[in-house]
Design a protein around this ligand. Structure first.
Ligand code: C2O
Length: 555
């Protein structure tokens, strides 16, 4: 009798099981340690996670909860940001230092705890304090829920490809010296593909290589984790079919050159259509302005099974440094999949219509080399990092940490992409723009020509946004909105505002907390090209920021 009862219990359990195993709790431990990087000609050990460069890939499924303990074994303060994870109500786990948390100090640890809701695809994690993200970064792979297929043919294999940017000198020294002198920091010494610069800079024993078999299809999870450079990516002899960006599906399109900004991710299908051979994989920077960048190409090899090591490699030409049209053809091809299963829920009404100028200017500095220093700003405010985390200040009602008067418009209108008026000195401040729960927001990001016009990859924490329009020159508030795409605009978390141009985004403020908006070129973030939104709690308990975890670091 007992036997049958057990059998029945097993049967019931078997029926319940599929529902129970749908979401899983994934446990990870990230140890932040030093590692020698002679392969890269580094003069000093680099800071990495779990002894790896790039760091370990974080795998999860949509709906999973991730519990990730970060232990800091180095002499620097550290935080980790899960770039693109929406962090619904869990701002404490977002990671930007002094925005949502105080840093994890040497010898200390902190547990990040978040659930992945309504997202699937590729994202990245990275350190979010000073310039440590140069070496402290890795991939996040979010698989669809169990039993849910990709909306494109199932690939035979998947491969993470991360781009980085490399300095022989210690990166913290590079930026600290720049901040003292007021001059731009030294450009990097090379770019990297999965940690390898390729043969050209004479440091790498071997470049990155990807082995393929004829007829098979590969899903490349491409990530730009470079510090300051927007990049082109190309594989000789092969087109790529783009199927997803920033963990949202897009209408598939075929292209030969990928354009990808720091913080962005792109999933591309590659079909191994040749019988045999070796094909160059290459990345090179994009810069269509006068700003100096590391103009080195990093390379790897795509190698077909059975191809001899001495087989000549098919080469490819990369776009020139200033190839704006190549960036445009990639960006303009991106459209939300907008299927029944994955609709594009673009806000059609706007509660806050905001206009932010973004750029880099010059302020006086008596201790600096030229008596002046570069500053980044939005609406003429250069963001000053507070000394305690803004989310803590908000939650515990600590006054004096920030003010909520970030301007929704520039202080004075001017010809943004023309000659900058005199006396355009930037003000300093720690200001947020305040939103009520569920407000709909439109932000026109207007590039300026203060110091030099430049393409800025702007990243929003806590939300995805829809990229509804872009153009060159000054935004025209009468005619440009008529051309907005409110049907199937691409949904993402980081977008490049064109040089001397503008981009418009929309999002719904359905996530309470303090959310950073900044240029993902780290040099510009350091200079102050950043601000934050504060989203108040909604009425219901499930519209409310959760309480802070007990191990939240103190400043
Ligand atoms: Cu990937 Cu605030 O950054």
């Amino acid at each position: 009798m007992a036997y049958y009862r057990i059998q029945a219990a097993v049967l019931v359990a078997a029926f319940l099981l599929p529902a129970l195993v749908e979401s899983t709790v994934r446990h990870y431990k990230f140890s932040v340690v030093l590692k020698n990087a002679t392969r890269l000609c580094a003069t000093k050990p680099i800071v990495v996670v779990n002894g790896k460069f790039p760091g370990p890939t974080l795998y999860a499924r949509e709906d999973d909860t991730v519990i990730l303990r970060v232990v800091n074994h180095v002499q620097y303060n550290i935080t980790i940001h899960w770039h693109g994870i929406k962090q619904l109500r869990t701002g404490w786990s977002d990671g930007p230092a002094y925005i949502t948390q105080c840093p994890i100090q040497p010898g200390q640890s902190y547990i990040y705890n978040f659930t992945i809701t309504g997202q699937r695809g590729t994202l990245l994690w990275h350190a979010h304090i000073t310039w440590l993200r140069a070496t402290v970064h890795g991939a996040i792979v979010i698989l669809p829920k169990k039993g849910v297929p990709y909306p494109f043919p199932k690939p035979d294999k998947e491969e993470v490809i991360i781009f980085g940017e490399w300095w022989k000198a210690d990166v913290e020294t590079v930026i600290n010296q720049a901040m003292q002198s007021g001059l731009p920091p030294n450009i990097s010494d090379s770019h990297t593909i999965n940690g390898h610069p390729g043969p050209f800079p004479n440091c790498s024993s071997q470049g990155y290589s990807l082995h393929v078999e004829t007829g098979k299809t590969y899903l490349l999870r491409i990530i730009n984790a470079a510090v300051n450079d927007e990049l082109f990516f190309k594989i000789a002899g092969h087109n790529l079919t783009i199927v997803e960006v920033d963990a949202t599906y897009v209408k598939p399109f075929s292209i030969d050159t990928v354009f990808i900004a720091p913080g962005q991710t792109t999933n591309a299908l590659l079909t191994a259509s040749h019988d045999t051979g070796k094909f160059l994989i290459a990345i090179s920077p994009f810069m269509d302005s006068v700003v100096a960048v590391d103009n080195l190409t990093a390379t790897g090899i795509l190698r077909y099974k059975g191809t001899h090591a001495f087989f000549p490699t098919s080469l490819t030409t990369l776009p020139p440094l200033n190839a704006t049209p190549v960036t445009n053809s990639f960006i303009l091809s991106l459209k939300s999949l907008n299927s029944i299963q994955y609709p594009a829920k673009v806000p059609l009404t706007v509660d806050h219509s905001l206009f932010f100028t973004i750029g880099v200017g010059i302020n006086p500095c008596s201790t600096c080399v030229n008596g002046s220093k570069a500053v980044g700003n939005m609406n003429n405010v250069s963001f000053v990092m507070p000394t305690i985390a803004m989310l803590q200040a908000h939650y515990f009602n600590i006054s004096g940490v920030f003010t909520d008067d970030f301007p929704g418009n520039p202080p004075i209108p001017f010809n943004y992409t023309g000659t900058t008026p005199k006396n355009m000195q930037t003000n300093n401040g720690t200001k947020v723009y305040r939103l009520a729960y569920n407000d709909t927001v439109q932000v026109v990001l207007q590039g300026t020509a203060f110091l030099a016009p430049e393409s800025h990859p702007i990243h929003l924490h806590g939300f995805n946004f829809f990229a509804i329009g872009r153009g060159v020159g000054n935004f025209d508030p009468v005619n440009d909105p008529k051309k907005f795409n409110l049907v199937d605009p691409v949904e993402r978390n980081t977008l490049s505002v064109p040089t001397d141009g503008w981009a418009a985004i929309r999002f719904i403020a359905n996530n309470p907390g303090v959310w950073f908006l900044h240029c993902h070129l780290e040099v510009h973030t350091t200079w102050g090209l950043k601000m934050a939104f504060l989203v108040d709690n909604g009425k219901n308990p499930n519209e409310t920021l959760i309480q802070p975890p007990s191990d939240l670091p103190m400043c």
